[in-house]
Design a protein around this ligand. Structure first.
Ligand code: AMP
Length: 214
């Protein structure tokens, strides 16, 4: 099964994608994570995208399409793929459609996580990530364990993302509404859109997604 997780920043796309990875042995392809890895490695791409990402704007379509193409052509995943944070523009959606066609893969569903802006701002300002494994914590709903160790990998280094600040968040939300939200109509027209209520707690959203996919 191949699916896209679509939604604004802070909707919980990454958290739900990780649950699907565990339950269905799918591979998570998060362009945000890949771009952050590229920055950490100090590669040419990483240097090109750093400023754009910190500002909260979208990276050029060609860069993310190339990264996704490279992964799809080289790393197999028998359980299929979860596209997390990709596509984010109509051009990216068209490119993904062509790539999947070329490889003989089908797009089974697009899970649209619906969350209002107040909740996004609250979630993002409380968010921290384990530097070791990328597990996401939230000061209110899922605090870092009392012993200070990540539940997943035992790591002790937790960080706030550089773009999780008020100004970048405003830019990221605007980018979502202007450039990404047209994909809701695009996938609705293809008959694959599956809206879920992203305001529920993590398990509640995971259940809605199970129902939407099975
Ligand atoms: P994310 O982790 O998905 O919130 O992505 C963090 C940042 O990486 C975004 O604000 C963009 O600057 C960049 N980015 C991630 N995925 C894409 C994409 N599909 N298209 C353009 N820019 C992206």
């Amino acid at each position: 099964m191949n699916i896209i997780v679509l939604g604004p920043p802070g909707a919980g796309k990454g958290t739900q994608a990780r649950i699907l990875v565990e339950e269905r042995r799918m591979a998570q392809l998060s362009t945000g994570d890949m771009l952050r890895d590229a920055r950490r490695s100090g590669s040419a791409i990483g240097r090109t995208v750093a400023e754009v990402m910190d500002r909260g704007d979208l990276v050029t379509d060609g860069i993310v399409i190339d990264i996704i193409r490279e992964r799809l052509e080289n790393d197999g995943s028998p359980g299929g793929y979860i596209f997390d944070g990709f596509p984010r523009t109509l051009a990216q959606a068209d490119a993904l459609g062509e790539l999947l066609d070329d490889l003989g893969f089908r797009l089974d569903a697009v899970v649209e996580m619906r969350v209002n802006d107040d909740a996004l701002v609250r979630r993002i300002s409380a968010r921290s990530t384990c530097a070791g494994c990328g597990e996401v914590y939230n000061d209110h709903t899922r605090p870092i364990p009392e012993d200070g160790r990540c539940e997943r990998c035992g790591g002790t280094d937790f960080r706030r993302r550089a773009d999780d600040n008020d100004e970048s968040l405003r830019t990221r939300l605007m980018a979502y509404y202007k450039q990404t939200s047209p994909l809701i109509g695009y996938y609705h027209a293809k008959g694959v859109l599956r809206p879920v209520n992203g305001l529920r707690d993590i398990d509640g959203v995971a259940n809605e997604i199970r129902l939407a996919l099975d």
